[in-house]
Design a protein. Sequence first.
Length: 458
Amino acid sequence: MSTTLTPTPGTGAGVSAAVPGVRRADEPAGLRARIRGGLRDTPRRLAAVLAGLVALGILVGAIGFAGVRQRAALIDGVTSRSGPLVVAAQDLYRALSDADATAASAFLSGGVEPAAQRERYQRDLSQATAALSTLTAGRAGEELRTDTISVLASGLPMYAGLIETARSYNRQGLPVGAAYLREASGLMRERLLPAALLLYRTVSGELREARSGAASFPWFAVLLGVLAVAALVAAQRWLTRRTNRVFNVGLLIATAAVVALIGWLGTSAVVTATRLSASDRDGSAQVDRLVQARAAALQARADESLTLVARGGGAEFEEDYTLVLNRLIGTDGQGGLLRAAADGATDPGTRAAARDAAEQARAWLAAHQKLRQLDDNGGYTEAVQAVVGDGPEATTTIFNELDQVLADAIVADSDRFAAHARSAGRALSGVDIGVLALALIMVLGVAVGIQRRLAEYR
């Protein structure tokens, strides 16, 4: 006799649950219900709030610390790397320009050039070589810089060799020396100086990029800090409703720590950006304008000498001299690069230097016009003396005064740039450690504040 088991209505679920390996159809829904039920349990919700706030505090501290260290590294690069590279590029361009101008001027003396000019030429080559070595050691912009440096490294010995050949022929009184001088000057103007200028622009661009990165505001870290404050306030309000306690000392301390962290990060970033901006406005921007003016003056000096060296065949150099002087002081003598340097200067000393240099340039132009009249009227010897003489009206004397004024202003503005950049670095001093410390205080405050509430449920 067989017996059939008929499930009692309403008991099917219990039978299936008792059979091993059989999953209940309503098990996922039950799991979600248990999770929701668990989160409705105050201790578990407190634990979840604790974990979330601690994780947020750690994240704020880590990102704030990393951001400060990154900006500090960029400022260190500005002061110890990008800045010196820009100075080296300026020195390279100036030394090459001055070597070309000095070599051309030395030829006007005939025979053996004056010892002072020879020494100046040799010093220029040594300074150019040293600056090139400094730039070669740099690493940013490596591909472009390597190509440009290769042009300079191969061209500089070639230029020096042409000058030595020209000197040798000039000592013998042979006209071919002037041809070698023109070839050397052409190499300098067509290859070496453009390469040096490109190098200067490259490292200047690297400096601007580093300064811009260092001056950036830590928006992400600050926004995370604001989010942490909002989460702490929300947690305190929830605890007030649950426990009827108005204040939670631990969470209040945590909130104060995050507010201090945000304030320190923001204030240090603003101060840093302000000082870096000043390093550009009061330093490198002024230096750049003065460097352009000084380079133009050096080119004009070489043009003036080469015009006379050519003995009637230097019309192109005279035309270039006129173009360069127009760029330096404008066609009316009141504009050009020196006027831009004076108008853009924020420092009274730099402004005065630019105006003084403009006055010297106008005096130089007037003296140059007189020597051109002498040369055009057959007074070649007198014209040469008007250039190389040691009197106050000699164009070399006037140029040297102009060049010295610009050189002193460039040094002063370079020092001002370095001082502002170092000051920007000091604005971040200790901020990274402070951010970590404040984030740790937040984490500890949260832990202590919520653990006390959790202890009440045990």
